[in-house]
Design a protein around this ligand. Structure first.
Ligand SMILES: C[S@@+](CC[C@H](N)C(=O)[O-])C[C@H]1O[C@@H](n2cnc3c(N)ncnc32)[C@H](O)[C@@H]1O
Length: 301
């Protein structure tokens, strides 16, 4: 199977079953979140509104079983040193971690629980505003790729919590000196963070906001994620030429970023609107771009 530029329309379970073992360097999954909503999107072919559904007749049990079968297939497709990012939120994150990901990958294979924090959209009046998604990052094996230098951000980006003092060393380089905990002899320890080195982001990301109607990358696909978010994920976890699979490709954010950064990719979705939107975004990247879209009969969810 040619791994590059495959945009596949159909149920991802059937399609994943046809993908060979051990071929992906990274899989990004952004499935329906068990939100109990149906999402509408405009179909550019016939002007109708099509939707992807996130309602489950059999409730949570059905949802988890549905997701479990797909993640088992994803696991099989991962290379031994590959990783999976699974994007979800408060609706089911605890269940996905404990009932699907830990049993399939093993609890020790969890690398990070990333909180992607944003502040756009409506706010609750009777509880704290729910303004974060959870992104689980799991490794299949004992080794994995982490390209720290590719994703560094300014040292003081989005935070004041570093504290400490700004000082300048003998070479004129500015650093922030922060107290650590005392060592076993009761002596104070100091950490020195040079501003010109930047930092690897923490596992809470507050510097990437969710998309608003006015954002130029917005293409009106519900639940579309920002390219900056996928850029951080892809650049951190893969090198040029790596194979990335997104079985819930939606508007195509992951594959657009993969294409831009010279990764190989396979994108799958059961919604025609998703395939149309993704094709359009890919074509906009380059007039010559030809992805080998394969249209199978959609028979999903
Ligand atoms: C949350 S959206 C993905 C959004 C995407 N990350 C983006 O940035 O646009 C989930 C997608 O999963 C797709 N989907 C749901 N069930 C599916 C299935 N069984 N097979 C393939 N795609 C499915 C939906 O059509 C929807 O486009």
């Amino acid at each position: 199977m040619n791994m590059n530029g495959q945009l596949l329309w159909g149920d991802n379970l059937t399609i994943l079953q046809q993908i060979p073992d051990n071929i992906a360097d990274m899989v990004y999954i952004d499935p329906p979140f068990f939100s109990n909503k149906d999402y509408k999107t405009y179909n550019k072919t016939d002007g109708s509104l099509s939707a992807f559904s996130d309602t489950w007749k059999g409730g949570l049990t059905d949802y988890l079983q549905w997701l479990h079968t797909r993640i088992k297939e994803v696991y099989r497709c991962l290379k031994p040193d590959a990783t999976l990012f699974l994007h979800c939120d408060w609706h089911a994150d605890a269940y996905i971690r404990t009932q699907i990901l830990d049993p399939i990958f093993g609890t020790k294979q969890l690398l990070n629980v990333i909180a992607w924090c944003y502040n756009m959209g409506g706010r609750s009046s009777n509880c704290f505003a729910r303004k974060k998604d959870t992104i689980f990052w799991y490794a299949k094996g004992k080794q994995w790729t982490f390209c720290a230098d590719a994703i560094k951000i300014p040292m003081d980006s989005g935070t004041k919590s570093f504290g400490g003092k700004l000082l300048t060393d003998a070479d004129g380089r500015v650093y922030r000196e922060v107290f650590g905990s005392k060592n076993s002899k009761g002596e104070k320890r100091y950490y020195r963070y040079y501003l010109d080195e930047g930092k690897v982001p923490e596992d809470w990301w507050i510097d990437i906001n969710s998309l608003q109607a006015s954002h130029s990358e917005r293409c009106d696909y519900p639940t579309q994620k920002p390219e900056a978010l996928l850029e951080r994920i892809i650049l951190a976890s893969t090198q040029k030429g790596a194979v990335i699979i997104d079985p819930f490709v939606g508007s195509g954010t992951s594959v657009v970023v993969a294409e831009r950064w010279q990764r190989q990719w396979i994108g799958i979705d059961c919604s025609e609107a998703a395939i149309q939107t993704t094709s359009m975004r890919l074509k906009a990247l380059s007039a010559d771009f030809r992805c080998s879209s394969t249209y199978t009969s959609p028979s999903a969810t």
